[in-house]
Design a protein. Structure first.
Length: 641
């Protein structure tokens, strides 16, 4: 036992000191937020469409895309995806050919085309974004009917369906897409590749006949509403065009990006072109520069991030360092606190529409996000600044505003959403697009609800004796899976959700002997790997049941161990074996490449380069503070506050 105590202390020292060295001059931590090749491919397509010959960037993106190709010719959205991903492969091939650094006769292109052909051809693509980008680039004609007419933006909020029933993420993508569909916009030039030979069938790429016979009464009601709206005079149609245009322009961040997402920004550029904007027009020029600012040098390549993760990483790291006993007076913590304070929101964004007496005070995910705060980033920032203050109570005031914002975001069902409350209209999930159920709405989730409870319990002392906390606990109990786990929406996946739910309920006073706590802990213990770690496949996210990865990851092991530490007052062999896995594999933290962040089920997953530092540091700190109080401070710094 003395040996493991020494190893834990050494690990905490190593992680703490390494993170201190990695802090940026402004107090933030700037790790890569890495995803698949979609954003890189779309960036090449955008630059070539606009005839912006930034050859250094285009060649670099071409190189990264090329390095991600599998031996069977395909590209994947997560490493253990069976065979490959058709949408990702088509996007990659189109971008490589558009770059002109690959030619149709090249072996890797021929290999990819063979994969596409043997998997049904381009007509079998099920990603709406892939279909839209290809159609805009002349690879097919627009359909005569698009499921979402532009007039939806004019439907009043009292209607059973209106545009703001969509999640914020969906809205900023759908507004430009609806404009593009309305304008039937196509733009090509002498460099545009031709993929028509990869069609196996010849319907429009955007026609979705498998959904055309829906008999669901809610879907029929949506059609009736839209029939009434689209029969209105042309004057209202022009108003809808202007509404969609203004919707985008009003949500451009200071760096030129739409809502800080590169994917939404790229669709906005195409939509503005469809409205007659010149490619040099300021909103387009600024958008291109904003996209370029999202490039990150990672693993010897350049990647266009879908957004930066700076606020998220900084808040999590600052809190984890304080949990590891780094003093809140230490310059590292002070600098990160100042940075986070500067990123607290002070605007009433779209989130405020469903909040009574809204007051800004949340935090967003990325460095330049000022319009779209979210629950997870806000609780993370509040954890980080909780023990900080200066004589004029600057941090205390910021904390109180953030706390008020968090409480105001609780859904009526008791749970917490990611971005906006009351965006859980079931009609939205019936849209004929893959992933609509996940992307179109922003419902309460186990991970957001659990992590919010964990913050409220630990940082404010609230317990399930308070009615709104009890309501959240009840929501979690009602949404526990039959095997004892919880589904996590924004991480992979059942390990993530179960960790968040268990630590949250324990923090607000739920007893470890209660059946729902015991069952969740037993489920986590039952899926431990023989090496002492845990690992879950991204496949869990879209099949909606736990799928083992058949290898362990530092991140998922840390989540599982942290949950079990919260549940058990006395350490057991499962916890010890998990701690040993972390200790024995910290030397591989820079090799931890498996994506553990979830975006769109089956389509978009992310690798947070900060996570192999953050979550093991947090789990080891909690292990030490709960079971090894006799050990001295892991780092020789001032006493913690």
């Amino acid at each position: 036992m003395k040996m493991i105590r020494k190893q834990v202390q050494q690990a905490l020292e190593y992680l703490t000191n390494d993170l201190i060295k990695k802090q940026s001059a402004d107090g933030s931590w700037r790790f890569s937020y890495e995803s698949g090749v979609m954003t890189d491919a779309y960036m090449i397509i955008t630059l070539r469409t606009l005839k912006i010959d930034d050859e250094l960037l285009i060649r670099a993106l071409h190189h990264r895309i090329s390095t991600k190709q599998e031996t069977n010719g395909a590209w994947k959205v997560y490493p253990d995806e069976q065979e490959g991903n058709l949408s990702a492969t088509v996007e990659a091939v189109f971008a490589l050919l558009y770059s002109k650094y690959s030619q149709p006769s090249d072996p890797h292109i021929q290999n990819a085309k063979h994969f596409i052909e043997t998997h049904g051809g381009i007509s079998k693509i099920d990603s709406l974004m892939t279909r839209i980008i290809l159609t805009c680039c002349g690879q097919n004609l627009w359909p005569s009917f698009f499921p979402l007419p532009l007039e939806l933006l004019l439907v009043p909020s009292i209607s059973p369906v209106n545009f703001f029933d969509f999640s914020g993420y969906a809205r900023v993508h759908l507004a430009p897409v609806m404009l593009l569909a309305e304008k039937r916009f196509i733009i090509t030039n002498e460099r545009t590749p031709e993929l028509s030979n990869l069609f196996r069938l010849d319907p429009s790429l955007l026609d979705l006949p498998e959904h055309s016979q829906r008999s669901n009464s809610i879907w029929n009601e949506l059609n009736l509403i839209m029939d009434k709206v689209t029969s209105l005079p042309d004057q209202l149609h022009q108003k809808a065009l202007h509404k969609a245009e203004q919707f985008m322009l009003d949500r451009i961040e200071a760096d030129g990006t739409l809502y800080s997402y590169s994917s939404a920004t790229i669709f906005m550029i195409f939509a503005l072109l469809s409205l007659g904007y010149d490619k040099h027009h300021p909103p387009i020029a600024r958008a291109v520069q904003g996209l370029k600012s999202l490039q990150y040098h990672t693993d010897g390549t350049i990647h266009i991030q879908n957004s930066s993760s700076t606020v998220w990483d900084t808040a999590l790291i600052s809190h984890a360092l304080q949990q590891a006993n780094l003093s809140c007076k230490h310059p590292t913590i002070q600098a990160s606190g100042h940075y986070l304070l500067s990123r607290q929101h002070d605007k009433l964004g779209d989130w405020s529409q469903n909040v009574r007496n809204p007051v800004p005070g949340g935090w967003g995910f990325s460095d330049i996000n000022t319009l779209n705060p979210d629950v997870d980033d806000t609780t993370a920032a509040l954890r980080a600044i909780h023990n900080l203050d200066v004589p004029n109570l600057t941090y205390r005031n910021a904390f109180n505003k953030g706390l008020q914002w968090i409480i105001s975001m609780q859904n009526k069902d008791g749970g917490w959403p990611a971005f906006e409350k009351k965006t859980n209209n079931p009609m939205m999930t019936l849209l004929p697009f893959k992933g609509a159920a996940a992307a179109a709405i922003d419902p309460s989730t186990a991970d957001l609800t659990g992590r919010t409870l964990e913050f409220l319990g630990k940082e404010t002392g609230l317990t399930s004796r308070h009615s709104f906390i009890h309501k959240a606990v009840s929501w979690l109990q009602e949404h526990q899976e039959t095997d004892g786990s919880w589904y996590g929406r924004w991480g992979i996946c059942y390990i993530y959700g179960t960790w968040a739910a268990l630590t949250g309920m324990i923090a607000v006073g739920e007893n470890q002997d209660q059946s729902h706590i015991r069952k969740g802990a037993e489920w986590l213990s039952s899926i431990q790997n023989s090496d002492g770690g845990w690992g879950e496949s991204c496949s869990s996210d879209h099949v909606k049941q736990y799928v083992p990865l058949h290898q362990s990851t530092l991140i998922q092991t840390a989540w599982a161990v942290d949950a079990l530490i919260a549940c058990y007052p006395i350490m057991n062999s499962t916890i010890i074996n998990g701690i040993n896995y972390l200790l024995n594999n910290l030397n591989k933290l820079n090799q931890e490449a498996y994506p553990t962040g979830a975006g769109l089920p089956g389509q978009f997953y992310s690798r947070y380069h900060s996570y192999p530092y953050i979550w093991p540091l947090l789990a080891l700190s909690h292990y030490k503070s709960k079971y090894e109080d006799t050990i001295g401070s892991p780092v020789e710094h001032e006493n913690n506050c």
